[in-house]
Design a protein around this ligand. Sequence first.
Ligand code: NAD
Length: 436
Amino acid sequence: MKITVVGTGYVGLVTGTCFAETGNDVTCVDIDVKKVEKLSSGQVTIYEPGLEKLFERNLKEGRLHFTTNLEEGISEAAVIFLALPTPPGEDGSADLSYILKVADQLGHLLKDYKIIVDKSTVPVGTADKVHAAIAKNATVDFDVVSNPEFLREGVAVEDFMKPDRVVIGTSSERARKIMADLYAPFVRQGNPVIFMDEKSAELTKYAANSFLATKISFMNEIAILCERLGADVDMVRRGIGSDDRIGKRFLFPGIGYGGSCFPKDVQALVKSSQTVDYDFRILNAVMDVNEAQKVFLLPKIESYFENNLQGKHFALWGLAFKPNTDDIREAPALYIIDRLLAAGATVSAFDPEAMPNVKQLLGDRIHFAEHQYDALDNADALIIATEWSVFRTPDFEKIRTNLKDQVIFDGRNLFESPRMQELGFHYESVGRQAVT
Ligand code: NAD
């Protein structure tokens, strides 16, 4: 099948590459000229495990093309995916301008029947808006389908190739058949393709992300209680997670959720609720808890250094909002850095993939270390903000010799507290008692 993906970011590039991998002929369209040049010349523009191999193979075999020209990009496509940004607008609701602008253009460009698929995360009612924007100028028949994407950055290729489920919102029988064919190779193991109406599909994506964010904020509040009441959140987590109704996943406390999805999607659902006169109380609390959680380590750090961080130097491991990605959007590490710099401290950071993105944002306001252990040189303490695997079993002897003071603030609970005590560290984490 000939497919076009408009918007070649995290979702668009993974979607395009994975559809090419199952034999489709895919054209990716983006307005970013540099991005299109890089991709056309064989350079992958994001870090995503497994993507490079697939990308290279499909580019070489002529199943992946890149262009900045929308008209040329869609001319032969049967299905056009919109994987465009939907950032928060000024009031927190999803900004649909990227999507509606392309929809408007498509109205002028469609020459035969095509399916236009919203892959972006969009509020309920967007499929109707996209339909209306295209219909304004279109002279041919077309369908608009809602097909929200559930991939996780860091395991995006795996998630796309073997999705837990595919959600397709459409009321068109013609579109339903084509979409079912397109996704058939990805659900061979029997995972469901769930067909529904457009509005339910749109809400499914927001409900999923908001539920997961709720789980995180809930555990973060349990962690706070554990610290105050003398309990251990690891024990509580295991205790509740073995109940099937609760499940083991997404129960790890930490320094809050970040990234390009949870913060904006939770906020957008709250805004959507307000438009129909509903105050989504749980989600307001989820957001409040997360705001505080991003800088949860700060009071601990301030208290350890007697409320004076002026002239202190910190090593920071982890900048990406989560491991296995170079994405730093809404990363808790950035909030920690801001607070440390404002208090007169300096920071030397290390991240396996995200340093170039942070360098672009912060320039020389912090130091970037070449190696994780170099970041520790002369540091008064180590702060851990992202649970990259390479941080999980470090050389503690090296940490000890490089750090000025044997102090670790761990926002991701990477180590066992008794072990850290044995090794002679002052160790503070989330939801567990500090050891020294
Ligand atoms: P992104 O910012 O990484 O990519 C968007 C791309 O669209 C950019 O390359 C940009 O240059 C391009 N673009 C902007 N305007 C354009 C136009 N007029 N024509 C062509 N290209 C244009 O965004 P993303 O992370 O891929 O997210 C896209 C959507 O998918 C969002 O709605 C997001 O909420 C949703 N989503 C993201 C994830 C994720 O993990 N990143 C997961 C599921 C869903």
